[in-house]
Ligand binder design. Structure first.
Ligand SMILES: [Zn+2]
Length: 215
């Protein structure tokens, strides 16, 4: 068969019809209702604190990540191995241990530094949970303020972005740059919450401390 003749009869719509399809809605459209349904599905095994995600005002992609981490659905290398991808597994961040979700999101030195920093800003009474599944529930107990509940989301989102940048672009932030990146991520989300009042970055860092004392 003449391939060119075959292709000549195929019409490709080039005029602006490309769009993202959300597979959990019959029309392929993203809705909060369908997202909520997906969040609740299969989560009876853990007390999944959906409200932490809603109150955070984090962007949708960060909400997805936060939903996926405790469920073991983030494509870290341990998850890909479970699906029979053959990988020489090394955590790209520390290059010392196997990349597992709890290691990446709770334990390795960079991310544990973010947890430590957040706890220092919030005050001392925080004991780091051992698994990502326990983090959100424990965090919800720790702070009632919506935007402060975004802290775990910002930690995980910053870590995931940094990890992907290291793997796919070969670029790594220094540790101080990584901490600043996390704080600026949280800062940019918080602008949606602070009653339209503009805070500069360092006032925002103070506000973490002040709001935490009220929480
Ligand atoms: Zn590591």
């Amino acid at each position: 068969m003449d391939l060119l003749a075959l292709l000549a009869n195929i019409k490709v719509a080039l005029a602006g019809d490309y769009r993202m399809i959300w597979p959990h809605d019959s029309k392929g459209e993203f809705t909060i209702k369908s997202f909520y349904t997906v969040l609740c599905e299969g989560s009876s095994d853990i007390d999944f604190p959906v409200d932490v995600i809603w109150r955070s005002k984090a962007p949708t992609k960060a909400c997805f990540l936060t939903w996926a981490v405790p469920k073991g659905k983030v494509p870290t290398e341990d998850m890909l191995k479970r699906r029979n991808f053959n990988l020489a597994s090394r955590c790209p961040m520390c290059r010392q241990e196997e990349e597992m979700a709890d290691h990446l999101f709770i334990y390795y030195t960079g991310v544990s530094g973010l947890w430590y920093l957040s706890c220092a800003l919030l005050g001392p009474d925080w004991v780091q949970p051992h698994t990502s599944g326990e983090v959100l529930t424990a965090w919800r107990r720790r702070t009632k303020r919506g935007w402060l509940q975004g802290i775990p989301l910002a930690i995980w989102w910053s870590t995931w972005k940094e990890r992907n940048q290291q793997i796919f672009e070969g670029k790594a932030r220094s540790y101080p740059e990584f901490k600043l990146y996390f704080l600026k991520t949280l800062y940019s989300w918080s602008q949606a919450i602070n009653d339209g009042t503009y805070l500069n970055f360092w006032d925002f860092v103070d506000k973490i401390n002040i709001d935490s004392a009220r929480a």
